[in-house]
Design a protein around this ligand. Structure first.
Ligand code: ATP
Length: 246
């Protein structure tokens, strides 16, 4: 029997957009206190419903601004929807904001335990994975240095290594992007492709229709915050490409 791993029920995400341009923070605060700023409501997602089963590889496609990243952030728990329900059965490694949970004042080594705990892993488990994480990151020499002294590329490398080496149940990717320098980019892309073929539940957002066809089983096509199509990857990609030609 298929096990539901992620269920998204009537999920909407409303943002408030300021109607006027305000140049400085001071002006913004003054005008906000005087209630001079008018907002309009904008739905990045509107009553979205679907289920994802364990072990499925799901692609999400759609134009710029269709709501794809917003949906990934909601599934990852980075933001909460303004309406609807989301249930995730398993631990999620969102490769969206790498190292988002890092504490900059403590070392890379300590952050492995901190970030690993955020991903739902015990200290004992992380001890067993520690050497692999450090080795994959290639940051052996700097692992006891505070993260505030890392370059952004070094932080991304450590974040990527933790997220992928802790064996997450669900992997969420906004484009298969390689992080870090050229050598690490190749290594990280290969790692992602290996994970995509490993039987895990995967959600991949991509503008590359070839990548979506090759790497996913089912596709959700988002359009202006709503699901325009959901089904077998080749079928939905064909519909999407046909619509592009119009
Ligand atoms: N924090 C926010 N505040 C206001 N509007 C937002 C916010 N985040 C996203 N949006 C808006 O929500 C809509 C959907 O954005 P989202 O990033 O989910 O689109 P996307 O499908 O991932 O686009 P792309 O392909 O360009 O990455 C866009 O119109 C965007 O401007």
């Amino acid at each position: 029997m298929k096990t539901v791993e992620i269920s998204v029920e009537n999920v909407s995400m409303k943002f408030r957009l300021a109607n006027e341009k305000v140049d400085t923070l001071k002006e913004y605060i003054v005008r906000m206190l005087k209630k001079e700023i008018r907002y309009s409501e904008f739905y990045a997602l509107k009553s979205v419903n679907f289920e994802i089963f364990r072990g499925e590889r799901i692609g999400i496609i759609g134009h710029n601004g269709a709501g794809k990243s917003t949906l990934l952030k909601i599934i990852s728990g980075i933001i909460k929807p303004t309406d609807g329900k989301i249930a995730v059965n398993g631990n999620v490694a969102p490769l969206l904001e790498l190292g988002a949970g890092f504490d900059f004042d403590i070392s890379g080594s300590e952050n492995i335990y901190l970030n690993g705990a955020i991903l739902g892993k015990s200290k004992e488990y992380l001890k067993g994975k520690y050497d692999e994480i450090v080795e994959f990151s290639g940051l052996e020499r700097f692992i006891h240095t505070p993260v505030k002294n890392y370059s952004s590329g070094m932080r991304a490398r450590l974040g990527f290594s933790i997220a992928t080496q802790v064996d997450p149940d669900i992997l969420i990717l906004d484009e298969i992007l390689g992080v870090g320098d050229e050598q690490f980019k190749r290594k990280s892309s290969n790692k992602m492709i290996e994970m995509m073929n490993s039987g895990k539940t995967i959600i991949l957002v991509s503008h590359s229709i070839d990548q979506i066809r090759n790497l996913t089983d089912r596709v959700i096509w988002m359009d202006k915050g709503e699901i325009k199509g959901i089904g077998e990857s080749n079928q939905i990609c064909d519909l999407y490409l046909n619509e592009m030609k119009k």
